[in-house]
Write a protein that binds this ligand. Structure first.
Ligand code: ADP
Ligand code: ZN
Ligand code: ZN
Length: 742
């Protein structure tokens, strides 16, 4: 055997595969400049393809004999991927019992997964050469003199395109270049080096007393792990506090990472950050092209980007000099990824801040019970903002009894009168339709037939424009029947009220009023949404009709009446978080109103006006209700006062899914008994919607009083499933800290 084979290490590579193991390869050719190290991307043969993987470990030996190992095609990097990023991926893979290769794959920008180099795009800038004479003589070369003068006006440089737009040609550029009078520079597209001395582009607002207290508390510990919950009512100026904290962080030469919910990243939010700072502020959101995403990643990893704002996946942004992490609207459900790597960006933010030894600020008007629990028992510092910056208190909820009353498009006569009076007073009205578990369907009045999906245990949703029935769980669609498929009666009617029906009714009742619809569809078209918001901000009387989207972060200062058409969607569902989520939603919607001088009213129509939780929410607000709910969770041992993991099993065959779920639960129970742990296993039970897209879904629930117990059991069952031949015939996943039991 040639001697070099003894010295070359075995590369243990993480590959994009659900298998939780590494794959061994031998290095080939020249080692990269930095030598073989963990964190280098490599291209390797895997099955019949070449894939990009990341070296996770170096080893002296492999379990396989050396001659059986395949060799690495090539190293893609000259230096390992950022260490903080690698740490986070390893942490997430371990915590969520997920394959490291898959985790790294998920966390890499698409371009890096495809093997592109770790480099942002650059562009060429032309400028006068610093050593050129102040006034060179161009004699009769008029164009050259023109270009010289033009570049004189732009000391930072101009792009070739900008120069040719002035009617100057490449030929003129080349002549000056040859004379040594001008030079070209390559600068990064994202966050090009900036040399303005100041930090702020616009001055900070003078803070009120409460804001100053919170900011001072945050300033106290800028160089330590310092987890804080800022519980502040809607409009209390949390964002202003974040901005001033970030100012302090940047002033210390560090970077800030800001997470916002999916819809929160509207141009308005970003504009507010960009307007404040003169240093580069970069955004990461789903609308970016792959090349732009890599630009931001590289700018953050190199330290040029000082503030990075992004949605859930932005938690996987490498940072050269992290100084603080902020999670705005920390209760928001969009922080939890619901497939593959089922991570919670808020929880990873806290873990990451701990690793870096920096502050992490979780902010919300309606904190999750997870964060509230930690703030109440002192693990997080608890900071409060109880007053709105405008000093006008938020409106209280008024519960309105829906029972035994005539309704028009879901609205009570009294509600309609109040809407009318508000519009006549020249104000705006927001009508909120709670879509949770509540959408209009088609029913037969003769026999009671309901339009049901053939593939799911769900009703089809009725759409008016164009008229069709659609299943929101599997996306199947069909036309409206002319007659009932069961009894042939022609008396088919809409049941329930969706956005479209309420909008129709309101349009009939208020024909002269402009109605803006705000839901997932309308917010997806960014421009039209921005235009609608601009028009709404002008303050003309109008109606806003919408769903969940309305609850998120938009300031609607001219709205003085909020109507919640139906507060009960999902209220009595099997999910123990239903009340928490419903209350967050109601409080957030209510918070949109009365930001101007008029405090406004919030009418909440409900079938359950005597529900003690709803009454607590209406009388004392979210904070009081949340503390009560937390006490109930404690008594029941439910999260956050207990820990949970959910095993989901699905198959097109009910028997196969059932058998595997039973075997898994059996193995788990056996293991729990043997290990005398206090963790518990429940199930298998059918999922709340057992049949979905013609597949059968079952759950096995694992719960424990201690996280370590939960993780030991979760680790056992994952290994058991990975070793089970039967498990290969179904689809399964383990969700650590599930946010939804669906
Ligand atoms: P939150 O993030 O808590 O909803 P914001 O920071 O968006 O609150 O503030 C709500 C409104 O109050 C914004 O229009 C903001 O410009 C304004 N505001 C915040 N702090 C102050 C302050 N100290 N002085 C004056 N206006 C403020
Ligand atoms: Zn019928
Ligand atoms: Zn369906």
């Amino acid at each position: 055997m040639p001697p070099h084979e003894f010295s070359s290490p075995v590369l243990r590579v993480a590959l994009p595969s659900p298998l939780r193991r590494l794959f061994d390869y031998l290095p080939a050719g020249e080692p990269p400049a930095c030598g073989w190290q963990p964190g280098l991307r490599v291209e390797v043969p895997f099955g019949h393809r070449d894939v990009v993987g990341v070296v996770a470990e170096l080893a002296e030996h492999s379990e396989l004999p050396r001659h059986k190992l395949r060799t690495v095609g090539r190293a893609l990097d000259n230096a390992p991927l950022p260490a903080d990023w690698l740490w986070l991926c390893r942490f997430a893979a371990r915590y969520y019992q997920h394959s490291l290769g898959d985790t790294l794959h998920h966390a890499l920008p698409a371009r890096l997964r495809q093997g592109y180099p770790v480099a942002g795009r650059t562009r060429t800038l032309w400028r006068q050469h610093p050593d050129a004479p102040a006034e060179p003589d161009f004699a009769r070369a008029r164009r050259q003199a023109e270009l010289w003068a033009l570049l004189g006006q732009h000391p930072h440089g101009l792009t070739t395109r900008a120069i040719t737009a002035h009617g100057l040609t490449h030929d003129v550029l080349n002549r000056l270049l040859r004379k040594g009078l001008i030079e070209r520079r390559e600068v990064e597209t994202a966050a090009p080096g900036h040399d303005s001395g100041s930090l702020l582009a616009t001055p900070a607002l003078p803070l009120n007393q409460e804001q100053s207290t919170v900011l001072a508390a945050l300033h106290e510990r800028l160089s330590d792990f310092h987890p804080c919950l800022v519980e502040g009512v809607t409009g209390s100026g949390k964002t202003e506090v974040y901005l001033q904290l970030i100012e302090a962080v940047i002033a210390r030469g560090r970077q800030a990472l800001v997470l916002v919910p999916e819809i929160g990243l509207t141009p308005q939010t970003l504009a507010r950050f960009e307007k404040r700072f003169s240093v580069p502020v970069l955004a990461l959101h789903s609308g970016l092209a792959d090349a732009e995403r890599l630009d931001v990643w590289e700018a953050a990893a190199s330290g040029r980007a000082r503030v990075i704002i992004g949605t859930r996946s932005a938690i996987f942004t490498p940072l050269a000099d992290p100084g603080a992490i902020i999670v705005d609207e920390e209760h928001d459900g969009s922080y939890k990824q619901q497939d593959r790597l089922r991570y919670h960006a808020r929880d990873l933010a806290v873990a990451r801040a701990h690793y870096h030894g920096i502050p992490v600020v979780l902010g919300s008007a309606t904190p999750s019970l997870e964060s509230l629990d930690r703030a109440l028992d002192g693990r997080y510092r608890h900071l409060h903002l109880t007053q709105r910056a405008s000093r006008h208190p938020p409106a209280r909820l008024e519960l309105v009894d829906l029972r035994h009353q005539r309704r028009q498009g879901g609205l009570l006569p009294g509600t309609i009168r109040t809407i009318n009076a508000t519009l006549e007073a020249g104000k705006q009205v927001l009508v909120f339709i709670n879509r949770r578990g509540f959408a209009p369907t088609l029913t037969c009045h003769a026999c009671g037939w309901l339009a049901e999906c053939e593939q799911c245990d769900a009703r089809m949703t009725l759409h008016r424009a164009p008229p069709l029935l659609a299943c929101h769980h599997c996306d199947s669609r069909r036309g409206l029947p002319d007659a009932c498929p069961e009894c042939a009666s022609g008396d088919l009617r809409a049941l329930g009220s969706g956005t479209e029906r309420s909008e129709e009714t309101l349009q009939t009742l208020f024909p002269d009023t402009v109605i803006h619809r705000i839901d997932r569809d309308s917010t997806r078209r960014k421009d039209s949404f921005a235009r609608a918001l601009k028009e709404i901000r002008r303050g003309e009387p109008c109606l806003l009709v919408g769903t969940q989207m309305l609850a998120k972060g938009h300031h609607l200062p001219h709205v003085t009446l909020v109507v919640v058409v139906n507060a009960d969607g999902g209220l009595y569902s099997a999910d123990f978080r239903a009340m928490e989520h419903n209350a967050q939603l109601l409080e957030q919607v209510a918070g949109r109103a009365g930001r101007a001088a008029d405090p406004g009213r919030v009418l909440v129509q409900t079938q359950h006006p005597d529900d003690p939780h709803l009454i607590r929410l209406a009388d004392q607000g979210y904070g009081a209700l949340a503390r009560e709910l937390l006490e109930e969770r404690r008594l029941a041992g439910l999260p956050p006062c207990g820990f949970m993991a959910l095993l989901r099993v699905e198959s097109p065959h009910a028997d196969t899914a059932g058998a595997l779920a039973r075997d898994a639960a059996g193995a788990l129970n056996h293991w729990l008994a043997q290990n005398a742990t206090r963790a518990r296993c429940l199930g298998p039970v059918p999922a709340p919607m057992e049949r979905r897209q013609n597949r059968y879904h079952l759950h096995v629930m694992l719960s424990a009083d201690r996280r370590s117990q939960l993780h030991a059991a979760a680790s056992f069952i994952t290994q058991w499933l990975e070793g089970s031949a039967d498990a290969r015939r179904v689809r399964w996943s383990l969700d650590i800290d599930p946010q939804s039991l669906a």
